[in-house]
Design a protein around this ligand. Structure first.
Ligand code: FAD
Length: 553
């Protein structure tokens, strides 16, 4: 028998994740741990079982049946077995309700997202509708629409799988996903005064959900973006039949293939305005804050999974008479990835912590401002990171990683979604600019300085310098909109990296911190924090570079 290579093994994602363990030990309050630990252990076991199952079971995907045998339009969607377990897992382990438990110190979001972090990869992106449902609950709770709150929120946050409702987020249409002011869906009132929606929603990832928050333009309301309203709709009538909508098809996607993302034709679905039927883009913003936070945590969960497998493999694979672990270049390549991941982890969970504080009214004005700046930053940086690191981890596992039944190609395909949905990298960089425009950069400076209180001067300077360069760029370029926009991505990445470094530094300085956090910090610093553009807004040169005509004049 010829050589057989042992496969990479998945270690327990709770007990073997030293970064998660360190964060739980140093940041998460000891008083809250007894109610969280058993859930994390159970979700880690679920993740390990799902991983083992995936290696021996052919992949399944949702199937849409539009017509029954007798010609009736039915639009039935059969889900994967993992998706069929989703409601039970969600309610049992509080993936939604735990984030809305009242806590005067605002730790509930940390407790929720630690669970999400462990569940996500095993969930086959069931976390996508969970994110939108969490967002819908948050939007409704913040609205003045008491009857909708009473009707929907108890279902969204239910402890009972039979009562759980999922919500979609119907924003993207064919004219625009980033620019939803181009929304074509129309809201009309019928003779009884009931609002109804007409139009096509181009990406609906929670089409199996019982409800949705939809952007639509009230008939005759005018063309501006402020005329768009936010509406709550329920997808099924009292008998369980689709209610004024048709599922045109499920999208044939690069990744997230277990997630049924549909194109939906709205043909008079009953809907209720959330507040006055205008300023819908503004009204749905709290939903985006929530879904972007889910995106950050899910992106680092995927990143962690890829790294774990690559690290395990380097103990099992030999090349040139040595285990890969002993090859300095391979080892260094993986250590670089770990340091980036660790920084992404601390930034993402800092956003989660701030979200909890803001929602519990225990955040200072500075913390609230910082939360607004960091939410898009964490999403854009970790989204990109997930693709880059997952790709590098596949390379670290070699040619086998390109083969489907290792399960590894799926990780990379799935990762590509993180920079796309809930705002692309550029759109989030511009959102960061808007957040900075409201408060300036001082709150973030204060936040970083607080983190650096006990940091050694050399490390602190290595973090302050790129931050100061970013502040200087913001100051210098902000007089010209095109300049500042052209550099927005570099600015965002620099701010994300400097904040993450400050968070790592703060953790390193804690008495009971894992000493490897300090190693990760130094390695992360060695990659540089400054991503500011050296050249930007040279419109003429750029246009010439994009021009593929053979004539160069
Ligand atoms: C798997 C999947 C599921 C999805 N599910 C949902 C869902 O359930 N509900 C929903 O509403 N949407 C959903 N979406 C849609 C997603 O949110 C949009 O695709 C995304 O917001 C981008 O919009 P777009 O596709 O129209 O791209 P565009 O808006 O056309 O953007 C194209 C490119 O232009 C760039 N760009 C745009 N404006 C600017 C600017 N001012 N400056 C610089 N660059 C700019 C963007 O960064 C992007 O790279 C889903 C998408 C995917 C892939």
């Amino acid at each position: 028998m010829s050589f057989l290579q042992p496969a990479p093994r998945l270690n327990n994602p709770y007990s073997h994740d030293r970064v998660l363990q360190n964060w739980l030990r140093t940041v998460f309050p000891v008083t809250h741990r007894p109610s969280l630990t058993p859930d994390l252990q159970a979700l880690a076991q679920y993740a390990m079982d799902a991983y083992a199952e995936r290696l021996i079971t052919p992949r399944q995907e949702p199937v849409l049946t539009q017509w029954d045998a007798w010609g009736a339009r039915v639009d039935r969607i059969a889900l994967t077995p993992t998706w069929d377990q989703g409601a039970g897992i969600t309610t049992q382990y509080g993936l939604l309700w735990s984030g809305h438990v009242k806590d005067p110190e605002g730790w509930m979001r940390c407790a929720q997202f630690a669970r999400v972090y462990l569940y996500h990869v095993a969930s086959e992106f069931y976390t996508c509708p969970l994110a939108m449902t969490d967002g819908a609950a948050t939007v409704l709770k913040a609205s003045e629409a008491q009857s909708l709150i009473d009707r929907a929120v108890p279902h969204f946050l239910s402890h009972d799988p039979e009562k759980l409702w999922l919500s979609g987020q119907w924003m993207t249409e064919t004219p625009g996903g980033s620019d939803v002011s181009r929304t074509e869906t129309v809201a009309r009132q019928d003779a009884q005064g009931q609002w109804r929606l007409y139009g096509r929603k181009w990406f609906s990832s929670a089409i199996i959900g019982e409800a949705a928050l939809a952007l639509a333009r009230p008939d005759g309301a005018g063309s501006g973006s402020s005329a768009i309203g936010l509406f709550y709709a329920e997808t099924r009538d009292s008998k369980g039949a689709w209610n004024g909508l048709q599922v045109q098809r499920l999208k044939d996607k690069l990744g997230t293939r277990e997630l049924p993302t549909a194109e939906v034709e709205l043909d008079g679905i009953p809907a209720w305005p959330v507040g006055e039927p205008k300023h819908g883009v503004r009204r749905i913003a709290p939903m985006l804050n929530i879904t972007r936070t889910w995106n950050s945590i899910c992106a680092i969960a995927t990143t962690r999974r890829a790294i774990t497998l690559a690290i395990d493999y380097c103990h099992r694979r030999q090349a040139f008479s040595e285990y890969l672990l002993k090859q300095p270049l391979h080892r260094g390549t993986l250590a670089d990835l770990v340091a980036e991941f660790e920084a992404g982890f601390y930034l993402s969970f800092a956003v989660v912590r701030l979200l909890g504080q803001v929602e519990s009214d225990c955040a200072t004005d500075t913390e609230t401002a910082v939360w607004r700046i960091l939410t898009p930053l964490a999403k854009l940086w970790t989204g990109k990171m997930a693709v880059q690191i997952t790709s590098e981890c596949l390379e670290a596992i070699g040619g086998a990683s390109y083969i489907e039944d290792t399960g590894l190609p799926q990780l990379l395909r799935d990762a590509q979604v993180y920079p796309l949905w809930e705002g692309t990298t550029n759109v989030l960089a511009l959102d960061t600019l808007r957040a900075l425009g409201q408060t300036g950069i001082e709150p973030l400076r204060q936040f970083i300085e607080q983190r650096l209180r006990n940091t050694d001067p050399t490390t602190a300077t290595a973090i302050r310098q790129p931050f100061d360069a970013a502040a200087h760029f913001l100051d210098k370029a902000s007089s010209q909109r095109s300049h500042i926009e052209a550099g927005a991505r570099g600015l965002a990445l620099t701010l994300a990296r400097t904040t993450a470094a400050a968070l790592l530094a703060e953790n390193t300085d804690l008495a009971d911190a894992d000493p490897r956090t300090g190693l990760a910090l130094q390695r992360f610093l060695s990659h540089g924090l400054d991503r500011l553009p050296s050249q930007y807004d040279d419109a003429i040169a750029e246009a010439r570079l994009l021009d593929d005509n053979l004539s160069s004049d």
